[in-house]
Every structure is written in structure tokens, then in C-alpha cells.
Design a protein around this ligand. Structure first.
Ligand SMILES: O=P(O)(O)OC[C@H]1O[C@H](O[C@H]2O[C@H](CO)[C@@H](O)[C@H](O)[C@H]2O)[C@H](O)[C@@H](O)[C@@H]1O
Length: 240
């Protein structure tokens, strides 16, 4: 079992959502919060004097829907929006707009591949092809001709999806922002995730003297990670 090399009094936990706290599902709406997860997270938040955050690609409102009142802080859309405390306003970056014809062409293409879908975010969108993998090449062909950087975006491969994201925003920066403020400040970050975007969070946590883990490199799957989290919430797996 992975051992955290320090005690809860020195730690902050910053966690990814999809593929880490919940299993990947056919659509973003279909994920299910596993039994016992909210209780484990609540215990961890208490144990860490509040220092529990979710850093996700999803909008903050979706975390409020799936984990109401559980994390102290949430960074949504990979750090585009940050709510550093439960009672604070969401800090929203000034963001580029997705050109209307990119949105329209994506929607048109999704219609031709029933099961594919376009998820719209404040600054970007996700072209999902999990339920219709044959749409991938068409989505790639469409997006590859967009001059994304000159519009302030970049394209990133996600889990059975292609995401158009604002340049200069990533989970590593979101982690650093949250760690600069109470109750995270002065603690050592523990970050876990499963996707390409989570590598930035892992790197930032390690650079700050904490630990970062990836599924499946460090934990074979999300269920194993959650069992480990459960142990942590019961006081096992911590150092001094
Ligand atoms: O940073 P995360 O919390 O891991 O969020 C990453 C993206 O997750 C969602 O898409 C992924 O999960 C869906 C549900 O399991 C799955 O159907 C889809 O194929 C995955 O790509 C979400 O829809 C995105 O907005 C997040 O960026």
C-alpha cells in the first residue's frame, strides 16, 4: 500500500473527479458516486482541518451536484474557475470565446454520429465519442484545421474525447493557486488523477514537496484508489 510520508496535520488533499473518485461512465451525466465516498471525503476533510479540494475538468456546478458540500474548495474546468472556500465567490478568468462556426460545425458533426456529443464549457468545449468511437477520426479531422492558438485555445486529448481548452490554464496552476490560501497554505499537497490533464497536477504537487499519483501508474484503477482513500480516512497509511 502507498504510504503518505507525513501526517494528516501536514497534508492537503486535492483530487481529480472523473476516473478517480468516480468510475468513467458512458456519458458525463451518467457517473455514479460510489456508496461511502462522501462519508470518506467528509472524514478526510475533517482530519485535514478542511484542506480537501476537487480539481476537475468539469464546471464547478457539476461537482456541487455530485458532491454537495463535501470539498472545501473546487477548481473547475481545469482551473478556469476557482472557488477557494465554500462561502466565497467563484473566481472566473477572463476567457477567449469559442468561434461560433466551430461550435456549429461540431454540433453538425455530432448529429451525424448518434451517441457522440458536444459538451459546452464557459471557455471551451469537449467533443465526446465514447459511445461512438468511429466518430473520433471525423472529430480529429474537423478540429485539426482550426487555428486554435491564435484564438487563445489549445486542443487536448481526453478520455474518449477531444477537448478545446484555454491556453495557459492547467491543473498544476490550479493546485498552486489553492495551495497559496488557507486552509491549504503551509501544508504539503497530495494530488491524484487519471488523465493527461492530471499530469500537471502531479508535477505541481511533487514540486511543492508533496506527492502526486496517477491511475493506472500508481493505482491500477479508480476502485483501488478509493479503497486506499477509505483507509486514509480511517487513519491508516499516514506517516508521522
Ligand atoms: O478532470 P476530471 O474530473 O477527470 O474531468 C475530466 C472530464 O471528465 C468528463 O469526461 C470524461 O468522463 C465522462 C464520464 O465518465 C466520460 O463519459 C467521458 O468519455 C470522459 O471524457 C467531463 O465530461 C469533462 O468535461 C471533463 O473535462
Amino acid at each position: 500500500m502507498i504510504q503518505v510520508p507525513f501526517s494528516p496535520s501536514r497534508a492537503a488533499l486535492l483530487l481529480d473527479f472523473d476516473g478517480t473518485l468516480v468510475d468513467i461512465a458512458p456519458t458525463p451525466e451518467a457517473v455514479r458516486v460510489p456508496d461511502g465516498l462522501t462519508a470518506d471525503l467528509q472524514r478526510l476533510r475533517d482530519m485535514l482541518d478542511g484542506a480537501l479540494a476537487i480539481i476537475t475538468g468539469r464546471p464547478i456546478a457539476q461537482i456541487d451536484h455530485f458532491l454537495p458540500g463535501i470539498p472545501y474548495a473546487v477548481a473547475g474546468e481545469h482551473g478556469v474557475a476557482v472557488r477557494p472556500a465554500p462561502d466565497q465567490e467563484v473566481r472566473q478568468r477572463v476567457l477567449p470565446l469559442v468561434p461560433a462556426d466551430w461550435t456549429a460545425k461540431s454540433e453538425e458533426l455530432a448529429v451525424r454520429y448518434p451517441g457522440a456529443s458536444i459538451e459546452h464549457k464557459k471557455a471551451g468545449m469537449v467533443l465526446h465519442y465514447r459511445r461512438v468511437p468511429e466518430a473520433e477520426s471525423a472529430f480529429r479531422e474537423l478540429t485539426s484545421v482550426w487555428p486554435v492558438e491564435s484564438h487563445g485555445f489549445h486542443l487536448q486529448d481526453a478520455q474518449m474525447a477531444i477537448e478545446l481548452r484555454p491556453l495557459g490554464i492547467d491543473k498544476g496552476k490550479a493546485l498552486e493557486e489553492l495551495m497559496a490560501e488557507p486552509p491549504f497554505r503551509g501544508r504539503l499537497p497530495l494530488f491524484a488523477g487519471d488523465d493527461v490533464t492530471d499530469r500537471d497536477g502531479v508535477r505541481a504537487a511533487r514540486q511543492m514537496g508533496g506527492e502526486g499519483w496517477l491511475i493506472p501508474d500508481d493505482f491500477p484503477d479508480a476502485a483501488t484508489f478509493r479503497r486506499w482513500l477509505h483507509d486514509l480516512s480511517e487513519g491508516r497509511g499516514w506517516g508521522a
